[in-house]
Design a binder for this molecule. Structure first.
Ligand code: RIB
Ligand code: CA
Length: 308
């Protein structure tokens, strides 16, 4: 019997979040214990409703808990220009019928982690607000966290500003806190997520597979994260699930990472000290390359095995 890794996904769906959530809940090597929502791509009401709709659409009995409605310090700057007004434009999902988790997601994550016999992997694929709050409020959870595998940052240019990737830019103070907690962190940055794309051939195969593929085909018509005619649609968040299920798709290095929080042009810039200029201990495993063809095959394999 395959041993399944217990994970918590912290997310701001978001169309690429939705693909990552689908892959995680149907992946045989993963056991999704909780979905925690955060404001980011769109407001917390939309990200939470979207998470509930997705989990029910996938027919999964996984609790959804609502988290932070805004960043720790700055005002929320969303990415609705990429994902549409609701965050999941393009498909009419049935209204969710199941209740939200009765606790906020910080408490819900603490309960799952402290009550788990196995160490929990946390998969943040939105701004890091909830994760910073969890680790600062309940530091005792650290000893039962296997690792944090997050989508965010870049060793080069950003995608939301010239200097910063969206998830880090949205709450740079939270990101700075998370990287300073001494918890094992794997970073899936724009270096790999911007080339982890779905080309037209892959998207058409997905469309013809099943109800889930058909749904994503509709969402992709409204997704502005890349372009089918120019390199493909960027599956930023899906790379975290690929890393967990098939780490051999990636090249990675151990390095020191920190985040610039000073307001201005470099706000949210991720310092990735490959050459050890600052003589600081490595605090992250930083993914530097991905095998895109194998990533696409991996994704199709997970989705074609979905049985409804
Ligand atoms: O920069 C990409 C990240 O920002 C992804 O998590 C995407 O969903 C958006 O939140
Ligand atoms: Ca996201």
């Amino acid at each position: 019997m395959l041993k399944r890794r217990p994970i918590i996904i912290d997310t701001d769906p978001g169309i690429d979040d939705a693909v990552a959530i689908a892959a995680a809940v149907f992946c045989e090597s993963l056991d999704v214990k909780l979905i925690s929502t955060v404001s980011g791509n769109v407001s917390i009401n939309h990200t939470t409703k979207n998470a509930q709709k997705l989990i029910e659409f996938f027919g999964k009995d996984i609790p959804v808990a609502q988290g932070a409605s805004k960043p720790l310090i700055k005002q929320l700057e969303d990415a609705s220009h990429i994902h549409g007004e609701t965050g999941m434009a393009g498909y009419e999902f049935p209204e969710p019928t199941k209740e939200l988790h009765e606790k906020n997601s910080i408490e819900a994550m603490r309960d799952v982690i402290l009550n788990s016999e196995e160490k929990i992997t946390i998969v943040p694929i939105g701004p890091l607000t909830n994760i910073a709050l969890l680790l600062k409020t309940y530091p005792e959870v650290k000893e039962n966290i296997e690792e944090i595998v997050l989508m965010g940052g870049s060793s080069g240019r950003g995608n939301h500003t010239p200097a910063a990737e969206f998830n880090i830019y949205a709450d740079p103070e939270a990101a700075k806190i998370v990287f300073a907690q001494g918890v094992k962190i794997v970073v899936c940055p724009l270096d790999v997520t911007s080339i982890a794309t779905l080309d037209l051939e892959t998207i058409n195969k997905l469309r013809d597979m099943n109800k889930v593929g058909e749904m994503f085909y509709s969402l992709f018509n409204h997704y502005r994260g890349g372009s089918v005619s120019k390199g493909g649609l960027k599956m930023h968040d899906l790379t975290t699930i690929a890393y967990l299920d098939k780490p051999e798709l990636f090249e990675k290095v151990e390095t020191f990472v920190d985040v610039e929080t000073t307001p201005g042009y470099t706000e949210g810039f991720m310092i990735v000290d490959f050459r050890g200029v600052y003589k600081k201990e490595a605090n992250a495993t930083f993914c530097t390359e991905i095998n895109v063809e194998e990533f696409r095959k991996w994704m199709l394999n997970i989705f074609e095995n979905i049985k409804f």
